[in-house]
Design a protein around this ligand. Structure first.
Ligand code: NAD
Length: 427
């Protein structure tokens, strides 16, 4: 049997349920999704043929509010992956204390081999299959892997056609001007640095004296770097995937990385031009080296499974904080080593929750049909992220537990309390 993400999500839940002493009825409720939809999507292809795709939506828990979560276009998508991601969304929304539950959806397809018109028909078919079960007060989708604002607009249009009205709060991640929120592009990366700043304050470290190494140079990494630099930190290296060589490289400059200059020499897929980088004084190192830099802070912001039992030993003794911008960058085996070395971790579902928090703001703005200025969005984002960090940190100190465990304890307890209050389970 291969790796099953849903079994992993259940194991994580079981461990925290044990620590919290949750009752049998709460455990039975929260270790399974409340509702799941798995359906066929017959779509007319451009050449006149028909193709049948499989679509999914999993609503893990809506005790705290409508479900919230992305919709992925992913070849080989499975119901178990969608179940796991929906479960993690429940905990992510709960840890930042936004009134939403957890959901996730997907279609088993490869958009890279579908035309735009085929993708449009697929989006509309997905909404038709679920039109009675999703919506602003039930379940609110968003972009995810290989979907974007254009897909969201098609889905919104189909939903509004079926329901005879305007319901911009049905879906988030829409382009600005078509119901999207200002600040969404920056939100995840800025949120990462907001929690990092709080962590450094708790450790009595002045952020402007620190150095960092970042894995990735995409959306999350770029805006995390931008904000960290504004606060006076120094980035020693960033890394990214090179499309030509089909491997990743680290771009290091001891005097500090200039992200605007690196962005200017990146192609449209995000690969940085190595020769131009060398001319600008960057050293080009193999991709794994991001982890072994003598810095205070590591920011994994690219992929899952990067800090694992094979790589964790390469982390330099100078590292004090790991801020997890990516989803699932650290494996449980690596966690044990990090704990023993007393490195402070800001766990992914807290650290990168700025994105979903801003999606929630988008929904709020859509529902009241009044859009905020960018500064207002970012100010509200900071308040949410800082207060979420503080609650988790307080719990970690009080109970003397690892930050990841503290975040899970807070999130699961909040969802359990909401379900008990509604009479869905007994304490
Ligand atoms: P992105 O596609 O914009 O960027 C990914 C970056 O990773 C690119 O710079 C790419 O070159 C780099 N990369 C890919 N493989 C690499 C490798 N082997 N070594 C080094 N770099 C590599 O994606 P993103 O939106 O920035 O997302 C990054 C992570 O953050 C993902 O785990 C994602 O699930 C998570 N996340 C994103 C958001 C969001 O709002 N975008 C929200 C929450 C979590």
């Amino acid at each position: 049997m291969g790796f099953n993400p849903f079994e992993m999500a259940q194991q994580q839940f079981d461990a925290v349920a044990e620590k919290l002493g949750l009752s049998e009825s709460i455990r039975a409720l929260l270790r399974e999704p409340m509702r799941e939809f798995s359906f066929t999507l017959p779509v007319r292809m451009d050449d006149g043929s028909m193709k049948v795709f499989r679509g999914y939506r999993v609503q893990h828990n809506d005790g705290r509010g409508p479900c919230k979560g992305g919709i992925r276009f992913y070849p080989g998508e499975t119901i178990d992956t969608v179940r796991a991601l929906a479960t993690w969304m429940t905990w992510k929304c709960a840890v930042v204390d936004i009134p939403l539950g957890g959901g996730k959806g997907g279609i088993d397809c490869d958009p890279r081999v579908l035309s735009m018109t085929e993708q449009e028909r697929l989006c509309r078919a997905w909404v038709r299959a679920l039109s009675a079960n999703v919506g602003p007060v039930q379940d609110v989708p968003a972009p995810d892997m290989m979907t974007n604002g254009q897909h969201m607009i098609w889905m919104l249009d189909e939903y509004e056609t079926i329901h005879h009205g305007k319901f911009p709060g049905f879906i988030t991640g829409k382009p600005v001007g078509s119901g999207g929120s200002l600040g969404r592009t920056e939100a995840t990366g800025y949120g990462v640095i907001c929690t990092l700043h709080e962590a450094l304050k708790a450790l009595h470290i002045d952020i402007s004296t620190t150095t960092a190494s970042v894995q990735g140079f995409g959306n999350v990494a770029y805006y995390a770097c931008e904000r960290y630099l504004k606060l006076g930190g120094k980035i020693v290296s960033v890394s990214c995937w090179d499309n030509t060589d089909k491997k990743s490289y680290v771009y290091k400059r001891a005097t500090g990385v200039d992200i605007v200059e690196l962005k200017a020499i990146s192609d449209k897929f995000g690969s940085i031009d190595k020769n131009k980088a060398k001319e600008l004084g960057y050293e080009i190192l193999p991709g794994e080296c991001w982890l072994e830099q003598d810095v205070d802070i590591l920011i994994p912001a690219a992929l899952e499974n990067q800090i694992n039992k094979d790589t964790v030993g390469r982390i330099s003794n100078s590292v004090k904080v790991i801020a997890e911008g990516a989803n699932g960058p650290t494996t449980p085996e690596a966690d044990e080593v990090i704990k023993a070395r007393n490195i402070f971790v800001i766990p992914d579902f807290l650290c990168n929750a700025g994105g979903v928090t801003c999606s929630y703001f988008e929904q709020v703005q859509c529902n009241m049909n009044y859009f905020w200025e960018k500064d207002e969005v970012l100010e509200k984002l900071d308040l949410k992220m800082a207060s979420a960090f503080q609650k988790v940190h307080e719990m970690a100190v009080q109970k003397n537990v690892y930050m990841r465990d503290a975040a899970y304890m807070i999130a699961i307890d909040r969802v359990a309390s909401a379900c008990v209050a509604r009479g869905w389970a007994i304490r």
